[in-house]
Design a protein around this ligand. Structure first.
Ligand code: RB5
Length: 148
């Protein structure tokens, strides 16, 4: 799979570990940085990853900041992106199965790396269930067109 990834300073350490982990699993990883833990603004990285997913340059996006919340807020402003802030593996499964999430936003400060690796594993391996969930997600389309 092709995976676009980014973080801010708070998520940098785990982002580095996730790049290595995902590459080791055979995925093609687009790393949008940053390249150090110097302070940066998370919106800049959230938007780069979200644009990759929106324009199908990547199958999925992974974002890591302190909580995952700021990244998620910004990624969801990009059309066709359904970003989920996930802190337990069970929510990773539901975010894919029910919400067809295409970007997972992780907490680098409150969730340990092993749990975040598990979250990413589950996220990437769970299929969208479609059916009634697709009917609900279709209600996003007019909102994306008009913003209201
Ligand atoms: C940075 O201090 C922190 O605000 C950021 O990483 C993130 O948690 C925002 O949602």
């Amino acid at each position: 799979m092709k995976i676009s990834i980014g973080s801010d300073h708070a998520g940098f350490e785990q982002k580095q570990q996730l790049v290595e982990y995902l590459t080791g699993l055979g995925h093609e990883v687009i790393d949008h940085g940053p390249d150090s833990d110097e302070r940066v603004d998370y919106p800049d990285y959230a938007v780069k990853v979200a644009m990759d997913v929106s324009f199908k340059r990547a199958d999925y996006g992974v974002l890591v900041c302190g909580t995952g919340i700021g990244m998620c807020i910004f990624a969801n402003k990009i059309v066709r992106v359904r970003a989920a802030n996930v802190t337990i593996p069970e929510f990773a499964e539901l975010a894919r199965a029910h919400n067809d999430a295409n970007v997972v936003c992780l907490s680098g400060r409150f969730i340990d790396i092993d749990t975040n690796k598990k979250i990413v594993d589950v996220f990437l391996s769970t299929e969208f269930e479609g059916g009634r969930h697709a009917q609900r997600l279709a209600k996003l389309l007019p909102l994306e067109r008009t913003g209201a």
